[in-house]
Design a binder for this molecule. Structure first.
Ligand code: OGA
Ligand code: MN
Length: 220
């Protein structure tokens, strides 16, 4: 599966949204064939491929039941669905770099499963100065999700661009099949409210190239 031309309109919308407000919410926008492929793959994934998600990185990594209770499975190019997903994110990355000069360099993502009652408390995906994750992408794979099913993503928009911080307006997103959410990782705290049924998503992050010390770029 390739996505050379068909997604240009979508990528353009996402790009415009990011430029205007720092985030983009596009309901049912992921290509249908890709969404179906991902859901089918996810359903077939054996449960032992999922691990309790932790917080923090490397040596600071720990499991914290007060912060998040979901299970995750990191995505690699080892099956058709994951390859199609990574190809799609590479096209998005190329488009955003061309339009917004974001300098997105690498991408990592995982499937996430929130069972009934699971949540992820308010958090940010990156902190200023850490220079790592710059852009977060979440897509949802849940058919027939209704407002009664809980599990909403809540994004806190500080509305602070160019003016004083006035309020913390909340943007609530239902995790519906094919919905895409993209936001600047350092700017938007967000949370996942407790799901009332199984909730499936993919969360991913684009990083800048901060490998200068490892001589990847620029070459020494
Ligand atoms: C995350 C996250 C949001 C969601 O995994 O960091 O915020 O709606 N996920 O699944
Ligand atoms: Mn997050």
């Amino acid at each position: 599966m390739t996505y050379s031309g068909g997604d240009t309109t979508l990528f353009e919308s996402i790009s415009n949204d990011i430029a205007e407000k720092g985030y983009s919410i596009r309901p049912y926008a992921l290509p249908e064939d890709l969404t179906r492929l991902l859901l089918n793959h996810l359903i077939e994934l054996p449960t032992e491929k999922f691990k309790r998600a932790g917080i923090g990185r490397a040596k600071d990594h720990m499991i914290n039941d007060f912060i998040r209770t979901d299970e995750i499975s990191w995505i690699a190019r080892n099956n058709e669905a994951s390859c199609a997903w990574i190809n799609w994110t590479e096209s998005l990355q190329a488009y955003l770099n061309r339009r917004l000069f974001l300098g997105l360099f690498s991408f990592e993502s995982h499937f996430a499963h929130y069972a009934k009652g699971d949540f992820y408390k308010k958090h940010k995906d990156a902190f200023k100065g850490e220079g790592n994750r710059v852009l977060s992408v979440v897509v949802y794979l849940n058919q027939h999700w209704s407002a009664d099913d809980g599990g909403e993503l809540v994004i806190y928009d500080k509305n602070s661009r160019g003016s004083t911080v006035i309020d913390n307006s909340k943007i609530t997103v239902l995790p519906s099949y094919g919905t895409i959410v993209v936001f600047l990782s350092e700017e938007f705290p967000h949370e996942v409210l407790p799901a009332k049924r199984d909730r499936y998503s993919i969360a991913g992050w684009f990083r800048l190239n901060n490998s200068i010390d490892n001589n990847i770029d620029p070459p020494s």
